[in-house]
Design a protein around this ligand. Sequence first.
Ligand SMILES: Nc1ncnc2c1ncn2[C@@H]1O[C@H](COP(=O)(O)OP(=O)(O)OP(=O)(O)O)[C@@H](O)[C@H]1O
Ligand SMILES: [Mg+2]
Length: 197
Amino acid sequence: MILTVASFKGGVGKSTSAIHLAAYLQKKAPTLLIDGDVNRSVTNWANRGNPPFKVVDERQAAKYARSYEHIVIDTPARPSHEDLKALVDGCDLLVIPSSPDAFALDALMLTVDALVELDSDRYKILLTIIPPAPSKEGEKARASLTQSGLPVFKTGIRRLIAFQRSALLGVPIDEVDDPRAKQGWEDYQKVGKEILL
Ligand SMILES: Nc1ncnc2c1ncn2[C@@H]1O[C@H](COP(=O)(O)OP(=O)(O)OP(=O)(O)O)[C@@H](O)[C@H]1O
Ligand SMILES: [Mg+2]
């Protein structure tokens, strides 16, 4: 399985999603996370801690790729329409994280035309950083995306402080000592199951 994670706005949880989907896949088979963003967020994260999977950047990718069953690729924000086609062509599934706030959804909606041109089996939107009840932002975002005919993962990722600790410590959230860390890991596990179905 080759997964690429891309988004139309920065800071919506691409690197966090790439890390946790790689952590999920690694529990099934050897998994490589390719850091394709020159910010090197994932590489720096890996250097801070001790990730359970191999992390390399795109300059090393060709050599390592053949030794791994699953590959997850993190990318920089704001792909152009042309980038989008190449990204989809280069993987089995393009995962597009978006937070449910108006700015992130606007950025996503601007690309609806480009997205609906793609085969809907090749990409899926992942709602991330969803605020807790009583906020209805997550449900509202899901309803409007579905209404626009876009494929959305059934599971969304809740907003949890433990994700920020996971980022600082260089470990996936299931290794963070926080009472709510388990919830974040459960969310990504469910998304992982939807992907491998
Ligand atoms: N579900 C979540 N709950 C709380 N915080 C989160 C969640 N997901 C991500 N974050 C935090 O939000 C910030 C942005 O996340 P991340 O770096 O994964 O986004 P990104 O899309 O990769 O950003 P960039 O466009 O800069 O590469 C980070 O501080 C991260 O720890
Ligand atoms: Mg990132």
